[in-house]
Design a protein around this ligand. Structure first.
Ligand code: ZN
Length: 474
């Protein structure tokens, strides 16, 4: 007999902490539907937690908040480590994705957030596992600070970015952000703030992830509500205990999503502690408990009001890079990254630098930042956008030929060429003059040099670009 994918011995032996979603589902389905020899109707084995007061109560009282009864009030919540995870692993298709992302912090000292675009695939390292494969990191408008960042600025391009991602076979699979602080040793090492004795995800971040997951709910026909959990992941780039820069991947539990939805938890000033909100006339808060083993190895149940450790809501994922990288986007010359104001500029002149002739197309079109920018120019018809996405991801000459024959593309390239001719050339020669910095973000003094690939202004002694890593003289 083959072992079941949820076999406890196998999990223990392979050091797998959480069951994969499909192994968990099979376990519940066996218990719910397959143990009975009588062929009864199918019962959905999954139930997403819901801690809101039911609004359609038949208890014969005025609806909440005017009335409540035992039928419509949520049951007590007992928090335990979630047995399973909706996603097991995060795979970054290429190490340069992380490197280019961290470069923002390296250059400015401010923290940065990006959305992860990619797809979900089977993950064979755990039974019936799922991995999120990340192919691009898109940085939405934001304000970065030394100790954090603020989202919520208008993001007009959001629809266009999601749409072109979809044409490339991708969706938003998660979020990544930095929490990096130079440790002051001058060795390039950073502070290791997140560990077993402090916290992994702060209570504020846990609420943020719960909200993100709520916006990306998973559909499941095995759930009584048709919805169950989320496959949206959260990655944090921070210092490890050795002072190195590391990525950690998490999800928050289905309980965390439900508690945020019911508005019964909030972050506390202590990052490792979550607060249970106070009950009000319109907010019903059920009893919340958490269980742990005390120093005598005895299971103890503790009241979680007013506070409880945030770990009860976390699910840890593994992450890594493929041994044989085969990224979807393979541009040789990188286009500027969006929303990096005062550092990199996305404009038609920058497009001209990476797509100056037709031979560049097959080499340089494969860049999500570039095609997302082109998609926002609203010069390409829907079928032309699809051809653009195809040429950018297939790296086939025939797909490039199909694209360059399109009238919308030809118009776009004509405008790109005219823009390039109108602008003074950027000088990149050693000891060059101060002229020709019109298409460079920031003001390049004679001792500074603008990168011909990404427009980042480098110090005079640099031979390769601090931002994109490419040589300044090419
Ligand atoms: Zn009721």
């Amino acid at each position: 007999m083959p072992v079941e994918p949820y076999d406890a011995g196998y999990m223990e032996e392979h050091k797998i902490k959480h069951l994969s979603f499909h192994a968990y589902l099979r376990k519940l389905d066996t218990q719910t539907n397959r143990q009975s020899t009588i062929n009864t109707s199918f019962i959905p084995p999954l139930e997403a937690p819901d801690y809101r007061v039911k609004t359609d109560c038949k208890g014969g009282h005025a609806p909440w908040p005017a009335g409540i009864c035992t039928k419509c009030q949520p049951t007590a919540i007992t928090l335990q480590l979630q047995q399973f995870r909706n996603v097991d692993h995060v795979e970054f298709s290429d190490a340069s994705l992380i490197d280019n992302f961290i470069n923002f912090w390296r250059a400015t000292g401010a923290q940065r957030l990006g959305y992860l675009y990619g797809r979900y695939e089977p993950y064979t390292e755990v039974p019936l596992g799922i991995k999120a494969v990340v192919e691009a990191i898109y940085e939405p408008p934001q304000e970065g600070e030394i100790d954090g960042l603020t989202l919520g600025l208008p993001w007009d391009a959001e629809g266009a970015v999601d749409h072109v991602a979809l044409l490339c076979g991708m969706q938003r699979v998660g979020v990544i952000y930095t929490d990096l602080t130079d440790d002051g040793t001058g060795l390039g090492t950073v502070l290791g703030k997140r560990h077993a004795d402090s916290y992994f995800l702060s209570s504020l971040e846990t609420c943020f992830s719960a909200e993100m997951q709520r916006r990306h709910e998973n559909s499941s026909r095995f759930s009584s509500t048709g919805k169950f959990g989320s496959k949206f992941v959260t990655c944090v780039v921070s210092g490890n205990v050795e002072g190195g820069i590391d990525v950690q991947a998490y999800q928050v539990s289905n309980n965390a999503m439900a508690m945020v939805e019911a508005d019964i938890i909030e972050p506390s000033v202590e990052p490792g502690t979550m607060r249970v909100k106070d009950e009000t006339a319109t907010r019903y808060v059920p009893d919340v408990f958490y269980k742990y083993k005390n120093k005598y190895g005895v299971n103890v149940q503790e009241n979680a009001k007013p506070c409880f450790p945030v770990e009860y809501l976390l699910v840890t994922l593994t992450h890594g890079f493929p041994s044989n990288p085969n990224p979807l986007f393979r541009a040789k010359s990188r286009f500027a990254i969006e929303n990096r104001m005062g550092m990199q500029t996305q404009d038609l002149q920058a497009v001209g630098r990476v797509l100056s002739n037709e031979a560049d197309l097959v080499d340089n079109l494969g860049d999500f930042h570039l095609i997302a920018f082109l998609a926002q120019q609203s010069m390409l018809a829907e079928d032309e956008l699809a051809l653009l996405a195809k040429a950018a991801t297939s790296h086939q000459m025939e797909d490039v030929y199909a694209l360059v024959e399109q009238p919308g593309w030809q118009t776009l390239m004509t405008i790109v060429k005219e823009t390039a001719n109108d602008a003074p050339m950027a000088t990149a020669s050693a000891g060059g003059s101060a002229s020709g910095s019109a298409n460079v973000s920031g003001i390049a003094t004679p001792s500074e040099r603008a990168c011909p690939h990404c427009t980042f202004v480098n110090g005079g002694n640099a031979s390769s670009c601090e931002m994109c890593g490419l040589p300044l003289d090419s």
